[in-house]
Design a protein around this ligand. Structure first.
Ligand SMILES: *Cc1c(COP(=O)(O)O)cnc(C)c1O
Length: 402
C-alpha cells in the first residue's frame, strides 16, 4: 500500500471509476480535469481553501473522547471526529468550498448541484452565497416534499430549487437532470457534485477536498493518545466522508478501516437497503462511473431504502469498490434499528445529537467496542449533526412535532 496512487490517468481505481458519459459532457469534463490538475499543483489555491476552512467553516474540527459512552460499553475507547461542528452542520462544506474555489478560478459565475436529502443543496447554496455566485439546485419532486425545511434553507440562501419530475423523482433523477443542465450551459456553469462519485475527475477532487478530515485526525490522535487508533470507522453513502477519513490512513497498515453502509430493513430484503458492497451487488455503470451498484435481475438500478436520507443511494464511489477489492477497507452494513439506537445512545451519554447517517458508524462502534480491550481505540467519523433528523426520529417514536 505504500505506493497506492489512484486514480490512474484515465480516472480508474483498479477496474472502477472512469468516464462513462456522452460526447458532449466529455468536453466539459476535459476542461474541469485540466483546471483541477493545475489547481492541485498551485499552493495559492490550497492556501485559500485552508483559509476558508479555518475562518468560515471553523476547522480544525475537534476529536472528542466519548468517555461516558466508552465506560458504559466497557471495552474500547471511542473517539469522535466532530464534523458535526462544521458550519452548516456536516462534512459536505469541505467539498463545496473546494469546488466553489475551483469554479471561481475557472471564471464560472453560476453553480448547479443535485441533492437528495437537501444537505448537499444547502452546502452548495451556502458557498454560492459566500462567493457571490448564482446557484440552482436540482431535487426530485418527492424529495422536495419530504425535505421542506432544507428546501426553505436553500431559498433563504438565495438558491433556486428546480423540481425533477422524471423517474423515481429522487436523487438519482436529480443527478441526471443536473448533468443535462451542465451540458446545456457549460460556458458559465460549474457542476458541484456532492459525493466522491460521478465521472472522472470528481471522485478524485471530492476525495482531495475531504482528506482534511483524515489529515487532521492523524495529527490530533498523536496529540491525544500518542499514536493512531486501532480502528477508524465511517458511514458510506456515496462515500465522501469515509474516503476523507480513510485515504490518509491507507498506508498505515496497523489501522483497521471499516466502512458502514445503510442496511435499511436488512440485507435479505430486496431494495430495502442501500448497501451495494455488503449485499454483494454486481458491477454496473451509473452517473458516469463504474462501481458496485444495486440492480435487479434485468440490470435495472434498484430502489433503495434507509432511515437516513443521506445514505439512500444505490451506488458507491469507485475508490471504495477498489479498496474493497484489494481488502484494505472492510465494508459492512448497519440496519435502521441499530442506527436509531446509536442515535439515542449518543444523545443520552454524551449530549451530542448525531446525524442518522453518522449514527450508522457509531452503531458499529457500539456493537464492537465491548469485544475489544479498554486500551484499544475506535475513531468514529461523526459526519454531521442530527438537528435535521429530529422530525424523522420523532415520527418513528409516534410523536408529531407540528
Ligand atoms: C450526505 C451525508 C452523508 C453521506 O454522504 P457521503 O458522501 O457518503 O459522506 C453522511 N453523513 C452526513 C451527515 C451527510 O450529510
Amino acid at each position: 500500500m505504500h505506493n497506492y496512487s489512484f486514480p490512474d490517468e484515465n480516472g480508474f481505481f483498479g477496474q472502477f471509476g472512469g468516464t462513462y458519459v456522452s460526447e458532449t459532457l466529455m468536453a466539459a469534463l476535459d476542461e474541469l480535469r485540466h483546471a483541477y490538475a493545475a489547481a492541485k499543483q498551485d499552493p495559492a489555491f490550497w492556501a485559500e481553501y485552508h483559509r476558508d476552512l479555518r475562518h468560515y467553516v471553523g476547522r480544525p474540527s475537534p476529536v472528542y473522547h466519548a468517555e461516558r459512552l466508552s465506560q458504559h460499553l466497557g471495552g474500547a475507547q471511542i473517539y469522535l471526529k466532530r464534523e458535526d461542528l462544521n458550519h452548516s452542520g456536516a462534512h459536505k462544506i469541505n467539498n463545496t468550498i473546494g469546488q466553489a474555489l475551483l469554479a471561481r478560478r475557472m471564471g464560472k459565475k453560476r453553480v448547479i448541484a443535485e441533492t437528495g436529502a437537501g444537505q448537499h443543496g444547502v452546502a452548495s447554496a451556502t458557498v454560492a452565497a459566500r462567493f457571490g455566485m448564482e446557484c440552482t439546485v436540482f431535487m426530485g419532486a418527492d424529495d422536495i416534499e419530504r425535505q421542506a425545511p432544507n428546501v426553505f434553507r436553500m431559498k433563504l440562501l438565495g438558491a433556486k430549487v428546480v423540481a425533477v419530475d422524471s423517474g423515481s423523482r429522487t436523487l438519482k433523477d436529480a443527478m441526471n437532470e443536473a448533468m443535462r443542465e451542465w451540458v446545456a450551459r457549460v460556458d458559465d456553469t460549474f457542476y458541484i457534485i456532492g459525493t466522491a462519485a460521478g465521472p472522472h475527475p470528481y471522485p478524485e477532487l471530492v476525495r482531495d477536498f475531504q482528506c482534511v478530515i483524515g489529515e487532521e485526525a492523524k495529527t490530533q490522535m498523536t496529540e491525544l493518545i500518542g499514536r493512531q487508533p486501532d480502528v477508524a470507522v465511517a458511514c458510506v453513502g456515496g462515500g465522501s466522508n469515509a474516503i476523507g477519513l480513510f485515504h490518509p490512513y491507507i498506508a498505515e497498515r496497523a489501522v483497521r478501516l471499516v466502512g458502514v453502509e445503510a442496511g435499511g430493513l436488512g440485507l435479505n430484503h430486496h431494495a430495502q437497503h442501500a448497501a451495494p458492497i455488503s449485499s454483494g451487488s454486481p458491477i454496473g455503470v451509473l452517473h458516469g462511473f463504474k462501481s458496485y451498484l444495486m440492480q435487479d435481475e434485468h440490470g435495472q438500478v434498484s430502489a433503495t431504502h434507509s432511515v437516513s436520507a443521506g445514505l439512500d443511494y444505490p451506488g458507491i464511489g469507485p475508490e471504495h469498490s477498489h479498496l474493497h477489492d484489494i481488502g484494505r477497507v472492510e465494508y459492512t452494513a448497519v440496519n435502521d434499528d441499530a442506527a436509531l439506537s446509536a442515535f439515542h445512545d449518543l444523545c443520552h451519554f454524551e449530549g451530542i445529537i448525531p446525524a442518522l447517517e453518522s449514527s450508522h458508524a457509531l452503531a458499529w462502534a457500539i456493537a464492537n467496542a465491548p469485544q475489544m480491550s479498554p486500551e484499544q481505540v475506535i475513531l468514529v467519523n461523526l459526519s454531521g449533526r442530527g438537528d435535521k433528523d429530529i422530525n424523522t426520529v420523532a415520527k418513528l417514536a409516534g410523536i408529531d412535532l407540528n
